[in-house]
Design a binder for this molecule. Structure first.
Ligand code: COA
Ligand code: MG
Length: 340
């Protein structure tokens, strides 16, 4: 059997004899965090250009404000025009006493507009199972017509050590998010900023006589992001990079977003509206990339009609794997243009 005909990126993905269903196709280039206690930000978030907005009940909301934030968020889900955005609510963690009421109140008291729930500090697959059980009961009791999907934040040592099992823990799972600040705290990494490089993490070139030595900064989050990307992709989920706190540093943000995209992430959080266009730009294929992908597909179609599996294009090898890479690019471009 010709393997390229068995490969589809639409409803499911074939990576072996095992077929993995892909999460519902959603644009997730930018994901704006909006504290549930700051109602003055809601309309701005709804009118902005983020692909996904999450209204936060967790760490951006002080403990005393939790009940009011819950009410605010319910009202905002019901009353504001969120257009074609994906709308999510970040609930509190399973280690708090806020979480059950977050789920019950938000799902009982909102209509169908809510798309996703974001679960922070997921540590084990049982965490996801527990929330799934609760969500399922409320959905059934309310006869909600639309199933709520899950976004899971991987931001603890326990969560990262169980990331593969977590990714497969519920049919509601849609995406995994790298929560860099909590992850740094949980692993006791020596840094206090939210995202970004760490000057402590680098290598000094060897001493060679009197020649000056160079210090090269490395990306201390490479392993964590890469591990999460693989776990997400193996289950058909979207891997998304988390926040970058220095919201006045556009170049720094772009660099962080680019390196996450290079590893396979398809989006990044924005904690400030200024970061939304940067995330959208970085996570959209450029016209040049899409044109090249279409050329590869044409060249491979021609090669295959001539019975060849590998040919050269512009002096470089392309083969059946190139079709898959090019299809990812073209499909993403089509998704973006159909979202307008
Ligand atoms: N969503 C929507 N609008 C936002 C916003 C957000 N997250 N953050 C800022 N804005 C708006 C401001 O209201 C302001 O609007 P205006 O021009 O109409 O006055 C504009 O964007 C510029 O904001 P600015 O004055 O530069 O920022 P700020 O000092 O008001 O707020 C933060 C800075 C970081 C406190 C704020 O952006 C924020 O709370 N971000 C979310 C943090 C969060 O959710 N963290 C948890 C996840 S990591
Ligand atoms: Mg966190």
């Amino acid at each position: 059997m010709d393997s390229c005909h068995s490969f589809t990126l639409g409803e499911n993905r074939i990576m072996s004899f095992t077929i993995i269903d892909a999460a519902p196709a959603r644009l997730n280039r930018s994901e704006l965090a909006v504290p549930g206690s700051r109602t003055e930000l809601f309309a701005k978030a709804a009118a902005g250009d983020a692909d996904v907005v999450f209204l936060d009940l967790e760490d951006a909301v002080a403990p005393d404000d939790k009940p009011q934030a819950r009410k605010n968020v319910i009202e905002a889900v019901n009353d504001l025009d969120w257009g074609s955005k994906t709308l999510s609510v970040r609930i509190n963690g399973l280690d708090t006493h806020y979480m059950y009421r977050d789920v019950v109140d938000v799902i009982e008291q909102t209509q169908g507009r809510l798309d996703l729930i974001m679960i922070p500090k997921v540590g084990t697959p049982a965490d996801v199972y527990a929330v799934d059980m609760l969500v399922t009961q409320v959905e059934d009791a309310m006869a909600r017509p639309k199933r709520i999907g899950f976004e899971l934040i991987i931001e603890t040592a326990l969560g990262m050590s169980n990331v593969e099992a977590i990714a497969g823990a519920s049919g509601r799972n849609e995406s995994l998010h790298f929560g860099v600040a909590d992850y740094a705290a949980s692993t006791r990494a020596r840094m206090t900023t939210i995202g970004g490089p760490n000057p402590l993490y680098g290598v000094l070139t060897d001493a060679q006589g009197d020649a000056p030595r160079d210090y090269h900064w490395g990306d201390m989050w490479h392993f964590a992001i890469s591990r999460m990307v693989v776990a997400a992709r193996a289950r058909g989920l979207r891997p998304i990079d988390g926040p970058f706190g220095d919201f006045r540093d556009a170049d720094g943000y772009r660099a962080q977003a680019n390196r996450a995209a290079a590893l396979g992430c398809e989006g990044k959080w924005a904690i400030h509206p200024g970061q939304i266009p940067l995330a959208n730009e970085v996570n959209s294929p450029s016209e040049k990339e899409v044109t090249q992908a279409r050329r590869i597909l044409e060249a491979m179609a021609k090669a295959q009609s001539e019975g060849q599996g590998a040919v050269s294009l512009d002096g470089k090898l392309i083969d059946i794997a190139s079709i898959k890479q090019a299809e990812v690019m073209v499909r993403k471009a089509e998704q973006i243009s159909s979202a307008g």
